[in-house]
Write a protein that binds this ligand. Structure first.
Ligand code: MIC
Ligand code: SF4
Length: 646
């Protein structure tokens, strides 16, 4: 039978399951990546599992998120990652070498491989024809140890791209259009597979922009075929040997089919405070802009930044007064090439504040805008407060829109400019892997250095028969992990210090929440749809665990966060009837009398709202294996119990 590319890659990596949509399968992982803000925890877990050497074909640890060193904490964590990676067979991409997804695309991604990364934008690798999935750190640690990765067999959505982009309209506008159509929960349980005549006109970094921001759809991943364009990119990276041709079979059947005519697209922006709040730049109009930030794993490739430089060169002048412009190139390769060909000088002449090759402002690591600012960013997320300034309005845009907006100081449609900014892809990228440190040879002794900021992480206890407690917080739809466990320059240094982070948990929703949770000794959280969208940070589960949260009852969950809750032994319960959300109020006392039994038997779960005197049916949409993980009190306990039993 004619197969989709997604199914081909799943089937060639299948370890268990029968690939029936909606059922649990597991796949072999060829490659893993970690970054520093999730990596410290992932390696602590790898150590806790007692895995001496990674068993993947390749595992890389990147330092790219926590690069602002305003105290010893980040530097200490970097040293820990450097030493632990070296000991366990993991390559290290040092601080300064670039953003994990950009560097991975340039130097390590391979068509046809599976990639699991402790970062939600790992699907960027889909631009190269990889099956690249984001996950919590513990799942990545398991994969490093040679364990399979479990997921629900997804639906496969075909996005067929036809036509050709008009001048100044770019890959970012394509993914913004997909987000406009599908919304931030439209991709849950789905892989987005791109096909169509227009692919021949889209370079690998452009494909990567689209695959990257597929994370904002909630999709399991996004994938492009591996074709002549891929071969040329790999050849230019000196890696032609990694090329294999990959595509869906002719006549492959998809669960859904969407057509996007690129010639009809206009420059788009995602308006505050959600990546799917998409409008055309024209529709939003000429609003005054106080900050423009260009970079992030979505839009910091060589071609992206060359287009920015070309617009500066063509238009002349400097960034508008009252507007601050930052540029963070995605990698050392990109930055060096820009420095050597003069584009960096053009950016400096335009008044750009050049930042290091790292995530930077995207995760609030500096460059928080002024109060009530409008900030136009080429990034992928604009959740309220993520920039570090709660009153700021962040608009997500293409590099072209961002560049001209910076010069004018008002949101500007780049298609109002004349001509075009055609940037040709280099025949050879600058290749210098000297900032990548290979691990110590197996067997050589390496001392793992842990700084004083590394505190033990919480591990749950096996589930009891009765699970009860107060409703600590009622929340609405689309609560992101940036709300559950905020990240910014002040908090990111504490990613290995759960007790410290606990004072900030869910504070953007209710500043009193941490104190209340501590006073009540834990309880339940209740939320609307798509709870836990966004980042893969398992801290959004570990911190609630530390605060005694036993269950989250929601209308629906985002994929990675639901998995992180299970891994921490916290019940991710869904309302059987969404309308029952109205039967719960903050402060109500809830009791599940036969929790352990019904979790294990797959039976109905009824929560009794003791305060209101009503029973509410709940659904636990999990495989038997995951039910056992929950009953054991999380994945580490489950793994330990199984190892002892064997
Ligand atoms: C993000 O973009 O939100 C992050 C920071 O890269 C996260 C990872 C983290 O929270 O450390 C992600 O996307 O998974
Ligand atoms: Fe880094 Fe931002 Fe990409 Fe996350 S989304 S990996 S913070 S650049």
């Amino acid at each position: 039978m004619a197969q989709t590319l997604t199914k081909k890659l799943i089937s060639s990596h299948l370890v268990s399951g029968n690939m029936a949509q909606g059922t649990e399968i597991s796949i072999r992982i060829d490659q893993t990546l970690t970054q520093d803000s999730t990596g410290t925890m992932a390696y602590l877990q790898l150590e806790a599992m007692g895995i001496p050497q990674v068993k993947t074909k390749l595992s890389v640890a990147y330092i790219d998120h926590n690069t602002l060193q305003s105290g010893f904490e980040n530097a200490d964590d970097h040293k820990y990652i450097r030493t632990v990676a070296s000991k366990h067979g993991v390559l290290l991409s040092r601080a300064g070498n670039g953003i994990c997804h950009q560097v991975n695309l340039e130097r390590f991604g391979k068509p046809g491989w599976t990639l699991l990364g402790s970062d939600s934008h790992t699907p960027t690798g889909g631009g190269l024809g990889m099956l690249a999935i984001g996950a919590g750190g513990l799942d990545v640690a398991v994969a490093m140890g040679g364990g399979a990765y479990y997921l629900v067999m997804p639906k496969v959505v075909n996005v067929e791209l036809i036509g050709k982009l008009s001048p100044y309209v770019s890959a970012k506008d394509i993914i913004l259009e997909v987000l406009r159509r599908l919304t931030v929960k439209g991709g849950v349980g789905k892989v987005i597979e791109y096909t169509g005549e227009a692919l021949a006109t889209l370079s690998v970094p452009e494909r990567a922009t689209i695959a990257n921001m597929g994370a904002e759809l909630g999709a399991t991943t996004s994938i492009f075929p591996s074709d002549e364009v891929t071969r040329e990119f790999l050849a230019a990276q000196g890696r032609e040997a990694d090329y294999v041709a990959l595509a869906a079979d002719v006549g492959a059947e998809y669960d859904e089919h969407i057509v996007i005519d690129l010639s009809a697209l206009k420059p788009l922006v995602a308006c505050p405070h959600s990546p799917d709040n998409v409008k055309s730049v024209q529709e939003v109009g000429k609003i005054a802009v106080q900050q423009v930030c260009i970079g992030s794993c979505t839009n910091s490739s060589y071609a992206d930044l060359m287009k920015v430089a070309a617009i500066f060169q063509r238009e002349g002048g400097t960034v508008a007064p009252g507007c601050s412009l930052t540029i963070s190139p995605g990698s050392r390769q990109v930055m060096t090439m820009l420095a050597e060909n003069g584009a960096l000088a053009t950016m400096l002449k335009a008044g750009a504040r050049i930042l290091e090759c790292a995530c930077g402002p995207c995760i609030g690591m500096g460059q928080s805008p002024e109060s009530n600012a409008v900030s136009v960013r080429t990034f992928n997320r604009n959740f309220c407060g993520r920039s570090g300034t709660v009153s700021a309005d962040v608009y997500l845009a293409s590099p072209e829109t961002a560049a001209i907006t910076a010069l004018r100081g008002v949101l500007t449609d780049p298609t109002t400019l004349s001509g075009n900014v055609d940037v040709t892809m280099p025949e050879k990228f600058l290749i210098d892997d000297s900032m990548i440190i290979p691990p110590a040879p197996e067997g050589e002794s390496v001392e793992v250095v842990r700084g004083p900021n590394i505190k033990p992480f919480p591990i749950n206890v096996p589930m009891t028969e009765k699970v009860e407690g107060e409703v600590l917080l009622m929340m609405g739809d689309n609560i992101s992990t940036d709300y559950i466990m905020p990240s910014n320059a002040k908090l990111l240094p504490y990613r290995s210090n759960i007790p410290y982070l606990s004072d900030y948990c869910l504070a953007p929703v209710d500043p009193e929440f941490p104190a209340r949770a501590k006073e009540k000794g834990g309880g339940f959280l209740v939320a609307g749809n798509n709870y836990g969208q966004g980042s893969s940070r398992e801290h959004a589960a570990l911190v609630p665990l530390y605060l005694g949260v036993k269950g989250v009852i929601a209308k629906s969950f985002a994929r990675i966060h639901a998995a992180n809750l299970v891994n921490s032994g916290i019940l991710p319960l869904e309302f059987a009837n969404e309308a029952d959300y109205a039967l719960i109020s903050q402060g109500d006392y809830l009791r599940i009398s036969n929790a352990r039994g019904s979790v294990l038997s797959g039976g109905d779960i009824i929560v009794r709202n003791e305060t209101k005197g009503v029973d509410i049916p709940l659904v636990l949409n999990l495989s038997q294996r995951l039910r056992e993980v929950l009953a054991a009190g999380g994945l580490l306990n489950h793994t330990r119990a199984n190892n002892t039993a064997n």
